[in-house]
Ligand binder design. Sequence first.
Ligand code: ZN
Length: 629
Amino acid sequence: MLDILKEITNQLPKGKVSAAAFEGANIVLYTKDEEYVFSGTSEVKAIVNKLKKRIELRPDPSISMDMEKAEKTIKKLIGKDAGIGDIMFDPQRSCVVIQAEKPGVAIGKAGEKLQEIKKKTLWVPTIHRTPAIKSKIVENIRSVLYENSDFRRNFLHKTGQRIYNGWLRQKKEEWIRITYLGAGREVGKSAILLQTPESRILLDCGINVADNKAPYPYLEAPEFKIEELDAVIVSHAHLDHVGFIPYLFKFGYRGPVYCTAPTRDIMCLSQLDLVKIQINEGKDPIYTSEEVKEMVKHTITLNYEEVTDITPDVRITLYNAGHMLGGSMIHLHIGNGLHNMLYTGDIKFGKSHSLSQAANTFPRLETLMIESTYGGKESVLPPFKEQDEKLKSIIEETVKRKGKVLCPVLGSGRAQEVLVIIQNMIKEKRIPELPIYIDGMVWDMTAIYTAYPEFLSNSMRSRIFHKNDNPFLYPNIKHIGSRKEREQLIESTDSCIILATSGMLVGGPSVEYLKKIGDDPKHTLVFSCYQGPGSLGRRIQQGEKSFSYREKTTTVTVELKLQIEKFIVTGHSDRRELMNFISRCSPKPRRVIVNHGEPRQAADFASSIRRTFNIEVNLPRNLDALRLK
Ligand code: ZN
């Protein structure tokens, strides 16, 4: 047993603690004394206050009620109203996860039902929401975790050992350094290595889907050694931030991946989709579903503003980024107060239909690493209302022509935002009630949105929970789940809206639709997200009037005659919002590092920050390293 576990056990009455283990940064004590499970809490609390570590007292697995009997007891205690689904026991950790349609009802007033369950069964219950739309991926992830209960207990313990290894140890000379393995003066393949004498941490690990020449981060950089890596922290689930993580597992990484629960689920889906697209294109996939599964087994989820140690000298907190469901900014408290850094990932510091705007208050902050996708001075987004009106008239015109509106969307985030905007317009009777067809992984993403409404904005939550008005569940939403259904939809003469991945028209169903409806002027193509250089989307925006594809042995050329429009619903902040974020950041950073922007945008943004705030600004290229302390 490590020192800290010994020390805690010694502070409690003799013979009460049967086992002590880490679960990541948390410490779990088990007791075989049924009464002590409840009476010991105050003694444990006293230690928590002294050590400032999270410590939990649980019944030893040997005294928990038989599972079959416990399941019956749980169902009886919770009652029918909560809509109980699966009940999954984690016998190694005395934990039970109960799925419920109405978690609030299952938990009871001030958690009284949970208390009751723990008392009667000696299992520690957690309630998970059953997604309103059945989601295979959520089910699969949950079952992977529970099938690997033994593995998880060991893995979490090992992670804790690493975190506490060095606890109370003498300090080494302190320094902090970051290296850009990607996202330096580019949008795509975010991967930033943070090094201290004690830690090696990777912030994001993405790919650049639009770049055929250099799609992957520079893992060959001399300072990156996969066997030394302590942790990966993920800001959000877009492929340019997570697309390369399973590759780390392919090459032997077995440490933790930290992110929010929706990020975990959405990133799995995006990675599996990427593998599928690569196989369909006749390429060798860069990794397989096995490595995605390995990643899931090693993922530790955190809530916003939950503080956790991840190595002996780094403590992290995730903050809402406003960019997509579960998307986070990563705050790093390094070297016990030596330095505080915020990595924004992608942020929206402004209004959106379904998410709250990015947080801007932090306990401490010296260095700010900020994205600059729309950092250039010309990147000012039109007002919210104007965009809304624009989409309304695009839809109206297309309906008049009896055409279809094809909207290539990023699977997550923007697609759901577009969906909410359209549903709102229908609800307010500003446009006719049209069917919305969802194709590709947008469907599964939407299902994940229904699994984690806690991560939506206050107003969206109150709409869902109090007014029973969930725009993701309106009956006009239809799922296209097969090639046949897609063909039928293309053949049909009715007007509709189609939301399909990929957002930049690089593979996926959006391209399949464009192949078939692109030459008919009654339809409309509406871009709704950033189009990377080299992507078909970008080429069309730059004026290309046709595109070709291979069908078996022939080359087919499609003349683009449909109406082409751009409707901006970005999860990113525009130039004004980014500047606003910096000026309203509390406390004020002393240094800003600009990343995740095309060279001109990033450079322009960097010089404006320098001028406006008169602080040190860096604009690293890939493979540049910076010393922070
Ligand atoms: Zn993003």
